[in-house]
Design a binder for this molecule. Structure first.
Ligand SMILES: [Ca+2]
Length: 267
């Protein structure tokens, strides 16, 4: 399955065809899963398709659709994420999602990939539901390993220093921004962050989309330094713990076009 995007895409298209469909089709899927179904295996994965047709440049994708277990797969490159501290896979927005308690839950991503690259473009996209800021005022959706000294963060904050959706890094070589617009708590939202690769200190090279809408960016306060580790739902600092749900985390090695932003939400 890993590394064979053509087979995955073909299978997802087939599943999408089946999505509204028949008992026969569902039965075929189950039988296919039991038999291994050629090159594509379904393992312990629910059969809710997260396909949205935005596959070009996809370098990491964690759909969190497993029925359980302590490891959730990266369907592109096999950089699977380990659920730690009690993080659990539960019903989500697209199939299943990861639930984090805001105290000590997190997912650590395997591998050594620096997804946040200063000289090359990238995009980050995910669904999130933040329950509250009761414990953590600056919860990380993801700290993304970078090719600089400290990881690149995408987070939410109730603190005026980083209010709304914010991105930045502790090493001072990245622009840092905040939207100052608070997504509603307890509800699903979709965020896309893009970077052009043409100047990491230039705020105009970045964009944040919330639920498909381009957000205003203003200067945020500095970030603290963190050890390099791609981590979902937390950073090293305990103030960065996420309380709520995260679903369908995707990273691309290119800028998603404005026409693709609604598509990548897979609604
Ligand atoms: Ca999912």
């Amino acid at each position: 399955m890993r590394g064979d995007m053509a087979a995955i895409v073909a299978t997802r298209r087939w599943l999408r065809t089946c999505k509204n469909a028949s008992v026969i089709c569902s039965f075929a899927i189950v039988v296919g899963a039991l038999l291994g179904c050629g090159r594509v295996r379904f393992d312990n994965v629910t059969l809710v398709s997260s396909d949205c047709g935005v596959d070009a440049g996809l370098v990491a994708w964690w759909p969190f659709d497993e029925l359980g277990g302590d490891v959730t797969v990266d369907r592109v490159a096999g950089n699977d994420a380990t659920l730690l501290g009690g993080a659990a896979l539960v019903a989500g927005h697209l199939g299943r999602a990861v639930e984090l308690d805001g105290l000590d839950d997190r997912l650590d991503v395997a591998g050594d990939v620096a997804y946040a690259t200063q000289a090359a473009p990238f995009s980050f996209a995910t669904w999130f539901l933040l329950a509250d800021y009761a414990v953590s005022p600056v919860p990380d959706i993801m700290q993304i390993k970078s090719d600089t000294a400290s990881p690149f963060h995408v987070l939410l904050s109730i603190d005026p220093n980083w209010a709304g959706i914010s991105f930045g890094s502790g090493d001072g070589t990245w622009a840092r921004a905040k939207t100052a617009v608070q997504p509603t708590l307890g509800a699903w939202h979709h965020v896309v962050v893009t970077y052009s690769g043409a100047g990491a200190l230039d705020l105009t090279q970045f964009a944040i989309f919330l639920d498909g809408a381009l957000q205003p960016l203003m200067l945020a306060s500095p970030y603290g330094t963190q050890p390099q580790q791609s981590r979902i739902g937390a950073a090293i600092d305990p103030r960065n713990q996420w309380h709520g749900l995260i679903d369908d985390v995707r990273i691309y090695d290119r800028v998603l076009g404005t026409d693709e932003v609604p598509l990548v939400a897979c609604n």
